[in-house]
Structure formats: structure tokens, C-alpha cells
Design a protein around this ligand. Sequence first.
Ligand SMILES: Cc1cc2nc3c(=O)[nH]c(=O)nc-3n(C[C@H](O)[C@H](O)[C@H](O)COP(=O)(O)OP(=O)(O)OC[C@H]3O[C@@H](n4cnc5c(N)ncnc54)[C@H](O)[C@@H]3O)c2cc1C
Length: 402
Amino acid sequence: MHVKEEAPARRAVVAGAGIGGTAAALALARRGWQVTLAERATELGEVGAGLQMSPNAARCLGALGVLGAVDANAFRPRRAVLRDGVTGREVFAAPLGAAAEARWGAPYLHVHRADLLAALAGAATAAGVGLRLGAEVTGWQEDAAGVAVRLADGTTESADLVVAADGVRTALREVMHGPAPVRFTGQVAWRAVIPTSAVPGGLLPPDATVWAGWGRHVVTYYLRGGALINVVAVEESSGWTEEGWSVPGDASRLRGIFGGWHGAVSRVLDLVEAPLRWGLFDRPPPPSWSKGRAVLLGDACHPMLPFMAQGAAMALEDAVVLAACLDAAPVPQALAAYEARRRPRATRVQGVSRTNAALFHAGGLSRALRHGALGAVTRLAPQVAAGRLDWLYGHDATRDAS
Ligand SMILES: Cc1cc2nc3c(=O)[nH]c(=O)nc-3n(C[C@H](O)[C@H](O)[C@H](O)COP(=O)(O)OP(=O)(O)OC[C@H]3O[C@@H](n4cnc5c(N)ncnc54)[C@H](O)[C@@H]3O)c2cc1C
């Protein structure tokens, strides 16, 4: 009897178990790859903060088989709203909730980062991904047989593919392309999560709200079925002199920066106890997203300001598209196809995120004009307001890949 021999599973090493790397490991394992997910930290973890998962991201979570688990702990906001930070006046609103799902074919969710990472990591290990903690990837060597991935402990792993998903602080991008100077964007984010029970009922509507003011803004939204409130406060700053990229912040200084703002903002900031301050950094685009059998993914290749709430969403889209492209072609060609599909979209989102800094932080006449125009769109043509987001939220990365 002739027994048909199965081709051995292709092997991948994914460097970085953030949202992007874990999603990529899961997507590859689901398609039959044998995957090692190497994470430098000794524990799997995300910063204790929230994340907006727009419908384009939720669709990827569905394709990865974790949408149900993520949704079970999420909060579904009613609307996305831009308000004047001082007066509280509503400037722009787009319906979310059931309207988002009907329009864009997937829900808009607010999730706790730890919940999202736990869902992705649980599904990845169940799909056979080998998670290695305390495993820092330092480089790789390619030859005709494949790629030998080097780790800081002196060991190597042989593979057919290495995915560098090591975040905005990426060292592996330098391994691929040489030095790429990191740039401070002039923006600093303060992050905190507070219990909803500490806030008077009805103070914050069930919306994703941007409170905008001159040179600064605050974002508030609910997490975990409404039990928690996520707070992100952003200020423009001339420099970042701290050691490291995130440091504990002084809550009274935070309150001072937003002194005189609308009562709802002040009340929420009064409850913040131990905020973290994050310098927001950027890098020039890499010359290419891949070289040979190595490829960049997520913030490692397209870091972006968080003002469209899309960094993790883009990393999820990358993961889904990368795995599908690798199904259709040998590694180097698949990596070129991945970049061709992903780069224009990620570049566009980076650009809009930068533009939003100007929109949120405008002062004087420019503020009156921008806010006036947005207010008119919201009042006169709510469908047009929602339509402005179709290209982003309606995008189906799972089709992109086929
Ligand atoms: C204030 C703020 C708010 C945001 N809000 C949103 C939002 O609402 N929605 C959204 O979609 N996005 C949001 N983002 C963006 C989002 O957080 C990031 O885009 C996303 O987390 C990037 O994921 P990543 O996996 O690419 O990188 P990271 O999360 O940075 O993960 C990189 C991982 O690689 C590991 N690592 C590093 N080097 C190595 C190495 N050499 N070997 C092995 N492991 C290594 C690190 O320890 C880390 O675990 C926000 C960002 C900020 C700053």
C-alpha cells in the first residue's frame, strides 16, 4: 500500500508576544505552521489600560476565532463623540453600537488590553504555538535551507520564517535595515483606569468621548461591561527627558494640566491615583517591510500616534493578511505580497492619526472653523459623518489576503 507522505509543517519564529506578535503566531498556527512565539519579558502582559477595537479589528478577531471570548468581557459604546473639553459642547458624533455592526459588519468594542492578550495567547497555545518567555531574539542568519534565529541566551532556532513584532522600540528592524532614529512626536500620553463605581451615575455617557482643547485632549470610555473607565490624557510637550519611554506620573500635575476643564473631565481626573506617562515616539518608514525570510509586523514597521485608536487594529490586520499570503506563495514572494497589501493602508492610517492631533488640539480660529464644519456634518447629515469612516471600519482584511 502506498502511504502519501505529508510535507513537514513550515516553521516560524515570531519575536514579541504583544498583540501583533501573538495574533500572528495564532494566525500562522491555524494555517498549519509550527510556531515558536519568543517574548523577551519573563511574563506575558500588557499595560493595564483599555483599547478600542473598531469593526475592522473585530473582524480580524473573528477570523482568529477569539471574538466571542473578547466580546464577553468588552463594552459596546453607543457613539464616538468629539466634545469641547472646556464647555463639554458636542462637536461631532458618529453612531456606534448596533449601528456600527449594521453598517460595518462587525461590532465596535472597548476591551481591556489584558483580556485581549489573554484571549489571543490562550487560543495560540491551544493551536499549538510554543510560547517561550524570557526569550529575546537578537538576530538571524539566512542560508539556502532557511533561517537560524539567534536568542540572547546563545541558542538558535531554525525556521522558514522570522516575524519581527517587537513594537515601536524595535531592535529587530535595525537588524534588518540598519539604524533608524527614533523621534519624539511632541506628544505625551497619561493613562489610567478607574472604577466606574467611584463616579456619579450618568456623569459619562456610554460613548467613546474625545474631550478636545488647545494643545491637549482627554479620551474617556468604559471597559469590562461598564465596570471600569479608561482615561487617556494627551498633552503637547517640547521634549521627553525621562529615563525610558513610560514612567509613573504625578496625578496632581495631570489635574493641573487640565485645570478649568469641563466638570465631567475634572471629576474623572480627580479619581486618578497612579497614572503612567508615555512619551509617544515615531520612526521614519522602513525601506521595506521584509528582507529574505524575515518580516516586520505591527508597531515595529508602522508605529502611529494613538489618535485614530488603530495601532493594535493595524497589527491584527497585518497578522491575518500575512498568514493568508504565506498560504498562497513561497516565503519571499508572500512577504512582498503582504507588504503590497498592507503598506498603503497602514501609511494612510498613520497620516490620519497625525492629522487628528491638529484637529483635537486646535485653538482660536482654526478650532472654530474645524469644529463648525464637523458640527454641521453631524447635524445635517449623520450618514455622511459615519460614511467618513467606511474606508477604515468597513475594511475586510480577511478578504484582502485571499
Ligand atoms: C495611549 C495609547 C492608546 C492606544 N489606544 C489604542 C486603541 O484604542 N486601539 C488600537 O488599536 N491601538 C491603540 N494604541 C496602539 C497600540 O497599543 C499598539 O499599536 C499595539 O499595542 C502594538 O502592538 P505590537 O504587538 O506591534 O507591539 P508591542 O505591544 O509593543 O509588543 C512588542 C512585544 O515585543 C517584545 N519584544 C521586544 N523586543 C523583543 C525581542 N528582541 N525579542 C522578543 N520579544 C521582544 C516586547 O516585550 C513586547 O511584548 C494605543 C497606543 C497608545 C500609546
